[in-house]
Design a protein around this ligand. Structure first.
Ligand SMILES: *[C@@H]1O[C@H](CO)[C@@H](O)[C@H](O)[C@H]1NC(C)=O
Ligand SMILES: *[C@@H]1O[C@H](CO)[C@@H](O)[C@H](O)[C@H]1NC(C)=O
Ligand SMILES: *[C@@H]1O[C@H](CO)[C@@H](O)[C@H](O)[C@H]1NC(C)=O
Length: 344
């Protein structure tokens, strides 16, 4: 008899199991899985940027998972980023980079990233970004005296950078440095007239003395010896002229596999005017411009995306009525996620 009961139970077991499982709840923007995807996305964005500064995650705006098969998902991720103080060529890991404060005239980045999660491994398939400096109205409102970002081709900025680099090169006993690009610059008019600028540089094969004899022959060092660095400069124009400059070289860096590190500065002519003309910041768009990264332009997935969205809406509606599907886990509104630094 006992054996028979056991047998009946055994036979029934699969039937109980066959109750349809609730569809998985949509991923929330602050779920660990979303954060893991964002970390891979941000690392990719910085690894493939060629200008300006590294960006840090501020907020996950949206995430959509489109199952493709067993252990194979396509993930569309929208993230808000903020500029850090680490230049893109700096070897400092992102975790050690400081997000630039609001009063330093913050720069925000918006990115759409398409990832694949295959057997637990995340990889980026496409990225599309743009970035812009916070509006001057925003800054003036909160910090009326704060100097604002100047255009990178501003005559006073170019003059300050040229003077600062000449000053450094005239005093150094080290390699003669060439300008790669101006990263950012600010001009203050009151109470003093001050131009401050940050710029990326690279060592040449000349000493300062050799450069004095024939600057034209000084070339950036080849890839296997390349040595990049970064300078900050302050030029006071009024009330009393003054110039200070501080340059740090990073030393030769071996690029990580798969990251096109050295090709980033493949133009040894230095500053590329077309990149910066008329803007106060380097636009992430120049390095990340793949429309396939955004869900709305990925024509391959429209129907799946819509059904996932519909299901999410239906679940929220049921939740509001107190009707919980089997296995329902109550969730906060899943997106956008928390702000990590500040909102601009
Ligand atoms: C980054 O920060 C960690 C922890 O604070 C520290 O141990 C490490 O030396 C830092 N690395 C760099 C390159 O600054
Ligand atoms: C730097 O490299 C260029 C090109 O290879 C060469 O013509 C020049 O003589 C080198 N200068 C020095 C000081 O070695
Ligand atoms: C900076 O670039 C913009 C856009 O190309 C141009 O209109 C402006 O005249 C430039 N300014 C200077 C000082 O060259």
């Amino acid at each position: 008899m006992k054996a028979l009961v056991a047998l009946i139970l055994l036979v029934q077991l699969p039937i109980h199991k066959a109750v349809p499982a609730a569809p998985p709840a949509p991923l929330g923007c602050d779920d660990p899985e979303s954060e893991a995807a964002a970390e891979v996305a941000v690392s990719y964005i910085n690894g493939h940027s060629r200008h300006g500064y590294k960006f840090a995650l501020n907020r996950i705006e949206n995430i959509r998972v489109l199952p493709q098969g067993p252990n194979n998902d396509i993930i569309f991720l929208e993230v808000d980023l903020l500029e850090t103080t680490c230049p893109i060529l700096s070897p400092t890991p992102l975790a050690n980079c400081t997000v630039r404060s609001f009063t330093d005239h913050a720069v925000e980045g918006d990115c759409d990233v398409k990832l694949q999660k295959l057997n637990g491994q995340l990889s980026v398939l496409a990225s599309k970004c743009h970035s812009h400096a916070d509006s001057t109205e925003d800054i003036i409102q909160i910090c009326p005296g704060c100097p604002l970002l100047a255009r990178l081709n501003d005559t006073e900025v170019l003059a300050a950078v040229t003077a600062a680099l000449n000053d450094h090169n005239s005093k150094t006993t080290d390699a003669y440095l060439k300008l790669l690009e101006i990263g950012r610059a600010r001009i203050q008019y009151h109470p003093a007239h001050v131009v401050s600028a940050e710029f990326a540089v690279a060592a040449t094969n000349c000493s300062a003395a050799e450069a004095k004899a024939n600057v034209e022959s000084c070339q950036l060092l080849p890839d296997d010896q390349s040595n990049f660095g970064f300078c900050t400069a302050t030029k006071v124009i009024r009330p009393t002229e003054d110039l200070s400059v501080d340059c740090q070289l990073y030393g030769h860096q071996v690029p990580a596999p798969g990251v096109p590190f050295l090709s980033r500065v493949s133009q040894p002519t230095g500053i590329n005017p077309s990149v910066v003309q008329g803007f106060p910041n380097h636009n992430l768009k120049l390095s990340h411009n793949n429309p396939v990264a955004s869900e709305s332009s990925s024509a391959e997935f429209p129907t799946v995306a819509r059904s996932v969205a519909k299901r999410a809406v239906a679940e929220v509606a049921q939740h509001d009525k107190g009707i919980h599907p089997v296995g329902f886990v109550p969730l906060l509104p899943p997106c956008p996620g928390k702000i990590r630094h500040f909102k601009i």
